[in-house]
Design a protein around this ligand. Sequence first.
Ligand SMILES: Cc1ncc(COP(=O)(O)O)c(C=O)c1O
Length: 425
Amino acid sequence: MPSPAEREATQTAYAASVNPAWLDVLRQCGLDARPLEAEGCWLRLEDGRRWLDFVAGYGAAVLGHRPQALLAGLAEDLFDPAPNLHPLGFSGLAGDLAAELLTLAGFADGKALFASSGAEAVEGALKLARMASGRRRALSFDGGFHGLTLEATSLAGSDFWRQGLPRSEDCAVLPWGDLAAAAAELSRGDVAAVLLEPVQGSAGARAWRGEALSELAELCRRHGARLIYDEALSGLGRCGAWFAYQALGAPAPDMLIAAKGLSGGVLPVSALLFREDIYQAVFARPGCAKIHGSTFGGNRLALCCGLRMLSLLRQLDAPAQARERGEALRRRWRGAGLEGFELEGVGLMLALRAGPAAQERLGEGAAGLLWLQLLQEGALTAPAAHDAAALRLLPPLNVAETELDFFLKACRRAIATLEQEATTS
Ligand SMILES: Cc1ncc(COP(=O)(O)O)c(C=O)c1O
């Protein structure tokens, strides 16, 4: 373990050259100890504490931190004699991964493009929708999150992310679920794309109704706009189906983004799936075969990682596992008699939401208080950036029974402590 002097020196160096404001926030929350070891659901911090990690790299560590089977496979891939980058060639791995993803997503035809981050895939989707339609405007919904590149920030479902940044005039954010507003915007005939998360992460696992998405898909079709589902987080099993829209009974979109689950929390890799008509309109034009991409999009190691993750997720039967684990946690929650906080969400994309009773007893900041108290109890969750009353829970899909029990006990103790403090203050 590093000595206090070594820890201090590391923090000083970080503050000097990286982000002192962030370090201040971490200090205020007691989060300024670095994790030096991670295994499955657990982090061991440099001050000796151990945390159950129900944030798991915002859901990217879908099989827990450092999944051994993935690491062992990637260690072999790393030393493969093939080049990692070969921009003037094509990759058999890309064909394999694309075909698997298109099948899982229920795209009978279509193509896949690979990128490194969720936001890069979102930007790609917007760009292809605009190139295919010759239109510029894009719509999104309150509460959604699509990454922090320029256009994705303009489409974020909270003004928080746009401080100091005027929103692009091509983008409009509509009230969540408001089909009348969507119909009014679409009827102008200038919308290229409608972007949404079928289950919103930052709004605390808030799910669209399948029927509402059916109506929206029909509106998009009628007015010539492409419907894009951003499943960077919700895809690849987490919501109890390979893609969340399938779990919700919604129709398939025109374009689909998959990301975190492909990475295993280890290597950046994302994918954009899109229909054949978009491919024909963009890439099949003379001279345009290479009109979109990036240096590291589809690099060999990233594709190996994606293929290995799909194989591991299939072995686990990720959708069934997410349904079963999610239900196991819900069962425990119902039996625990923890009044005031509701466990909500789809599969293992979950949120703890402070209801009116908890807010009355603990104040409007009830969820934030619970978050801090859970840290004291050794459980890491994440405040929902777009809903102050919610904490996000994104456990790995292979979370064990004992870990669910640990989490319940931590919640029980944390809520008891908060209740006690509220009655004595
Ligand atoms: C739904 C969704 N879309 C896009 C992104 C952005 O992904 P990245 O951080 O890899 O750019 C995220 C990240 O949390 C996300 O949850």
